[in-house]
Ligand binder design. Structure first.
Ligand SMILES: [Zn+2]
Ligand SMILES: [Zn+2]
Length: 291
């Protein structure tokens, strides 16, 4: 005869937010979701894969639950065993001899205290404007974990995360290199989500993105932008490109796309916070057309 035992283990939350961890081995990133927003299936806000809620346990929470469960089970077994022995042999402690075997009732099992997992840092709390889900993320993200919508609030949150990163960075130039890249990746993510065709587009390349939106949606990305604005985002994309692929040195290909920087040939491309800020506003204008 088998019997199923159920133990309830509660995991402490902070302000009602549960820690979750993506189950995609390439992502494994951490986020939190408000207890009122929990659903049976949820998307990872970073990589967008859909998971059953049981697949999104934060590893620390899972360990905490398992250890607690073990303690509950040991306590249960110890109590049941003592009960059984005393029912059989009466409530005596110490040893007793019986014709077939001897036994000793030990002291009951003392449950060990398992300390709850330490809180992981998250840096933004968001309420989805579509489905009202409340969640918290760490760093750049792309989706609401409940309805998978992406919208301009997500972009704005990401940009404010990026600016905080720059402010807190000890090496400003290094952090600018990262954020030029982050901004292009953010743009790329929004574009990828629009691509329902089988064709692959390189959205890190502005020309390719421009062609995609013209061909697929009849949208002209740069419509409504003035020449300075177009130049600013071209610089953002090209500088990111040469920092990724040419150690930041301006080559002839860069100059062919941005002849205005002709005097900088073979020099390290200057990264500027003002240029970056400008680019975030322009990308925002573009995104409003495509999302
Ligand atoms: Zn993920
Ligand atoms: Zn949502």
């Amino acid at each position: 005869m088998s019997k199923t035992l159920t133990f309830k283990i509660s995991i402490p939350t902070q302000d009602g937010f549960f820690g979750r961890e993506c189950n995609n081995p390439d992502c494994k990133r951490y986020f939190k979701i408000h207890q009122n927003s929990l659903k049976d299936e949820m998307y990872c806000p970073y990589c967008s894969l859909l998971f059953n809620k049981n697949e999104l346990w934060a590893q620390d929470d899972l360990k905490y639950a398992q250890e607690n469960l073990e303690e509950e089970a040991k306590t249960y077994v110890s109590n049941e065993f003592s009960k059984m022995l005393s029912e059989t042999f009466g409530k005596q402690s110490g040893s007793s001899k019986n014709s077939s075997f001897s036994y000793k009732i030990g002291s009951p099992y003392r449950k060990k205290y398992i300390s709850p997992p330490t809180e992981k840092e998250v840096d933004s709390e968001i309420e989805c404007s579509e489905c009202k889900a409340k969640f918290q993320v760490y760093g750049i993200f792309g989706y609401c974990p409940l309805c998978k919508c992406d919208n301009i609030i997500i972009y704005d949150t990401n940009i404010s995360i990026i600016f905080t990163e720059i402010e807190n960075a000890s090496d400003k130039n290094r952090s600018l290199r990262y954020v030029y890249n982050d901004l292009v990746s953010t743009f790329e993510d929004f574009c990828k989500k629009r691509n329902r065709s089988r064709k692959k587009y390189n959205f890190q390349n502005l020309k390719s993105a421009e062609n995609f939106f013209k061909d697929e949606f009849g949208i002209s990305l740069f419509n409504g932008l003035d020449n300075d604005e177009i130049l600013t985002i071209k610089k953002l994309f090209q500088k990111r490109h040469i920092y990724q692929h040419n150690k930041g040195v301006i080559d002839q290909k860069y100059i062919d796309i941005i002849p205005e920087d002709g005097s900088l040939l073979n020099q390290i491309a200057p990264l500027e916070i003002e240029e970056f800020k400008g680019a975030t506003h322009i990308i925002r204008k573009i995104l409003l057309k495509i999302i």
